[in-house]
Design a protein around this ligand. Structure first.
Ligand SMILES: Cc1cc2nc3c(=O)[nH]c(=O)nc-3n(C[C@H](O)[C@H](O)[C@H](O)COP(=O)(O)OP(=O)(O)OC[C@H]3O[C@@H](n4cnc5c(N)ncnc54)[C@H](O)[C@@H]3O)c2cc1C
Length: 410
């Protein structure tokens, strides 16, 4: 079966092909751990995985991006076929991409990019050779993203960029940035934004890591001092940045993203099933009730994800389902990782360094705190749902319709 003809095969043949490929290419210890349902052995296999080699092979095979066109590293599969492949990838618990913002960028380029940009940037995203950063938030513009101040000023075929971004995940290891910047200050705030693809090694870019409460530094401040970028790196039309960024954020929420990822070898959090297998029979009725509630939430989240997928297949806008999913996932993740730490008891906060289970539980508890902020805060998702689903009045706005230049800012 070749990449070019796989889309013509039956669901069973595609399932067999991806299963066969995984069993051959995942480490033997990984496959055995999956077959035997041994989460401890799986955690050890995850830790030992040669991530670069894995992504090189997975990217080459095309399974992770099976909906992309073959020309850009995918398999050209239809949405139902992609769902079939993704189910198998999930059942083998393959590592999630450690280039999550690259996934968002790829989605945006498939919709808004030109041919040259897709051919240049998509293949190295598929094998994780090039890491991306999403340069949106600023010290004065997070929830009010459209009010951002980083300026790009035209100079012939070039743009000269000045300003600052913050909370830029992966900027310290990214080769490219997806920059939302102001190209026209004389029109209302949403109309004057554009997107540029920025080589992060360009002179004038300074990246300063920020320390998180997990002890890691996975996001950063990024400063731009007279940074030069060619207009050929502009995505979409001038002034189309707001539509592109909004669509990208909706995509991110609809994939359950927006909370960042855990570093290689660490899990973002425990599933109910993993807790059940690790702790065995739980007698305490209150803990049992919490586990039942968490399990129900996992099921509802899975169905909500199916609603997002179904809306996508029908070509419908997925905005409100995506916000619902993001809100639900982040609340559930926090409740579940709190339960996980409670089950571990005192050992969850004071354990031996080699106690991998307790260490991962403590890490996940701290890590999921950010999920109700990243990718758009829970309050903003409530606003979206209130206005677009419940039909409540729009939030009052003091800056609607006036040029960005005239908006009062601190
Ligand atoms: C782990 C993590 C990773 C991130 N990665 C990236 C990244 O890669 N790239 C990037 O560009 N950004 C990233 N962010 C930034 C993230 O998108 C912003 O933090 C988020 O949008 C909130 O913006 P803010 O921090 O400026 O908070 P603010 O907008 O200042 O909000 C502060 C508080 O006020 C509330 N609030 C604000 N406006 C309203 C309103 N109108 N109604 C009700 N409540 C309101 C908010 O909900 C929040 O509780 C990341 C954040 C985190 C935590």
């Amino acid at each position: 079966m070749t990449a070019a003809d796989i889309a013509t095969r039956s669901d069973d043949e595609i399932r067999d092909a991806v299963t066969g490929w995984l069993r051959e290419n995942l480490p033997k210890t990984w496959v055995t751990a999956i077959d035997e349902g041994d989460s401890g052995a799986l955690a050890a296999a995850r830790q030992a995985l040669d991530v670069d080699d894995w992504w090189e092979r997975l990217g080459e095979a095309g399974w992770y991006f099976s909906n992309w066109p073959v020309a850009y590293g995918g398999l050209g599969l239809a949405p139902e076929q992609t769902a079939n492949v993704n189910n198998v990838l999930r059942s083998y618990k393959v590592p999630r991409s450690d280039n999550p913002l690259g996934l968002n960028v790829a989605h945006a380029l498939l919709r808004w990019g030109n041919e040259a940009q897709r051919a240049r940037f998509l293949p190295p995203i598929s094998n994780q050779k090039e890491i991306w950063v999403q340069l949106f938030s600023e010290p004065g513009a997070g929830s009010d993203l459209a009010g951002l101040s980083t300026r790009a000023v035209r100079d012939g075929d070039l743009w000269v960029i000045n300003g600052q971004k913050i909370w830029s995940s992966h900027a310290h290891r990214a080769q490219f940035g997806f920059l939302l910047c102001r190209t026209d200050p004389d029109v209302p705030k949403r109309q004057g934004l554009s997107v540029l693809l920025l080589d992060m090694s360009t002179p004038g870019i300074t990246v300063r890591p920020l320390r998180q409460m997990t002890g890691e530094s996975r996001f950063n401040e990024v400063f731009f001092d007279d940074v030069v970028c060619s207009d050929s790196m502009r995505v979409g039309e001038l002034g189309e940045g707001w539509q592109i960024a909004s669509q990208l954020l909706t995509f991110e929420r609809g994939t359950g993203g927006g909370g960042g990822t855990a570093p290689p070898g660490m899990e973002m959090g425990r599933s109910v099933d993993a807790l059940r297998r690790h702790y065995g029979r739980v007698e305490d009725p209150i803990t049992l009730e919490r586990m039942a509630h968490a399990y129900s939430c996992e099921r509802v989240a899975a169905w909500t994800r199916e609603r997002v997928d179904a809306a996508r297949k029908q070509g419908r806008a997925t905005g409100f389902e995506a916000s619902l999913l993001k809100l639900f996932n982040s609340d559930n993740a926090q409740a579940l990782q709190t339960l996980s730490l409670d089950l571990e008891g005192l050992n969850g906060i004071a354990h031996r360094p080699d106690d991998r289970w307790a260490d991962a539980s403590a890490y996940a508890f701290l890590r999921v705190r950010s999920q109700t902020i990243a990718g758009g805060s829970s309050e903003m998702q409530h606003n979206i749902l209130g206005e677009r689903v419940l039909g409540l009045p729009r939030e009052p706005s003091a800056d609607g319709g006036i040029p960005w230049r005239d908006i009062r800012r601190s």
